[in-house]
Design a protein around this ligand. Structure first.
Ligand SMILES: *Cc1c(COP(=O)(O)O)cnc(C)c1O
Length: 422
């Protein structure tokens, strides 16, 4: 069988230039050319790679463990392993990318980092990386997202980042992206834009994949501690696609390994109820600098999406994953919000881990596939830990006690303020 290319070719994935590219306004051209040069010269250099390796070990905390899920394996009838990115600094795989891009910025001589964030996870990782490497940092975030993601805003500010509220459009991620691009086009000589997933204009999808592929490289080595051959099935959740492409890349040309990406099935199949982009009606389109598969209406406007997990709640998918879906190398499924909560509870109870809601989509598929398939070696990527989700999970699992706690917490805050004012 033909070998699958691991990188883009002339900025695109696939022979007919269906996925990827660089669809940006003229004004961003110089910034992207400079970034491409840095990706080709600085990124592969020994100086950069040595420093990155050191940061991944001593700051991020890599390698993250591959855990044999013994109890779940017994119940589900498969041999299940969990790659636990939740133990990386700031709680998810996003730091692998953020620290790599901020280091690249520093080597390019940039003084300032900018990034956009929706739920705040990418903003958090970027702010941490900028703090570590001593660069100033601005995070652009929709006004509505700032209001509903207070804990992450609080932590970004602790890291010394300035969180800038975007009040245009829908006041959410899409508008934050537009604002970040606008700022970047104005001040790219001193500023670096850290993009958070394996998407956007070339070369970002390649840079992010290369930085995240540490996940799959470690898995390949760690498997050997448990068994001598390759896994049968690998499963990861797919938002923009960075944790999944990072997990899968090392195995793309091992055709006997069945790769499964899990999208947000949300609350149903109707438009606006999910973020499952790979479906029987899918169409390619162009948005936010790249060509890929998008959830869109007849005119090509991006459709609204829904997911219980903020990280999977996006209308587009990284171009390389769209390509790999189109040639059938990766199978795509989806998990419903309700299945995700059940999977979270199951793995917490039996394995002593709290996966992020995003990662729980992969675990929901582990449970679903185990209804059909037995005695396989399955590895699921736990892209992050679930501490960040407590405001959603506590409400979904035990709303009464959670409401009582929050109500009393407000009283406790008021008492402190009354005392302070005396
Ligand atoms: C952001 C996020 C995701 C989704 O993003 P990808 O780019 O698809 O990986 C998944 N899991 C966690 C924990 C996240 O924070």
């Amino acid at each position: 069988m033909k070998k699958i290319p691991l990188k883009s070719h002339h900025k695109f994935f696939g022979d007919s230039k269906d996925f990827g590219g660089q669809y940006t306004p003229e004004i961003l051209r110089p910034a992207l050319i400079e970034l491409e040069k840095a990706y080709k010269k600085i990124f592969p250099s020994k100086a950069y790679q040595t420093e990155l390796k050191d940061l991944l070990k001593h700051f991020v905390g890599r390698p993250t463990p591959l855990i044999y899920a013994k109890n779940a394996s017994k119940i589900l009838g498969n041999e299940i392993y969990l790659k636990f990115e939740g133990l990386a600094n700031t709680g998810a795989h996003k730091i692998n990318n953020a620290i790599g891009q901020v280091l690249l910025a520093k080597k390019m001589g940039k003084k300032k980092i900018i990034a956009e964030t929706g739920a705040g996870q990418h903003g958090l990782a970027t702010a941490a990386a900028a703090a570590k490497l001593g660069l100033s940092c601005e995070i652009y975030m929709g006004e509505i997202d700032i209001a509903r993601q207070r804990p992450n805003v609080f932590n970004m500010e602790l890291f010394g980042a300035k969180v800038i509220s975007v009040a245009s459009g829908t006041k959410t991620l899409k508008d934050a992206v537009n604002e970040t691009l606008r700022v970047w086009s104005k001040e790219s000589s001193e500023t670096f834009y850290v993009l958070g997933s394996a998407l956007g204009p070339y070369p970002y999808p390649d840079i992010v994949r290369d930085l995240q592929s540490i996940i799959g490289k470690e898995v390949r080595k760690q498997c050997k501690d448990y068994f001598s051959d390759l896994p049968d099935i690998m499963i990861a959740c797919v938002g923009g696609g960075s944790n999944s492409i990072g997990f899968f890349t090392e195995f793309l040309n091992d055709k006997q390994v069945h790769l499964i990406g899990v999208e947000a099935g949300g609350i149903g199949k109707a438009t606006g109820q999910n973020a499952a982009r790979i479906n029987k009606d899918m169409r390619t389109g162009i948005a936010q600098g790249y060509k890929s598969i998008f959830l869109q209406d007849k005119e090509g406007n991006l459709s609204p999406t829904h997911s219980i997990s903020a990280g999977l709640d996006y209308a587009g998918i990284g171009p390389q994953l769209a390509y790999l879906a189109s040639i059938g190398r990766i199978e795509f499924t989806s998990a419903l919000d309700s299945e995700v909560i059940e999977a979270l509870k199951f793995f917490a109870k039996h394995e002593g881990i709290i996966p992020a809601l995003e990662s729980s989509h992969a675990l929901a598929e582990v449970i679903n596939i185990s209804k059909k398939t037995k005695n396989k070696k399955i590895i699921a990527n736990i892209s992050g830990r679930g501490d960040k989700d407590i405001f959603i999970t506590a409400k979904a699992i035990n709303p009464k006690d959670w409401e009582k706690f929050l109500t009393e917490e407000i009283k406790r805050i008021k008492n402190v303020r009354v005392k302070d004012e005396k």
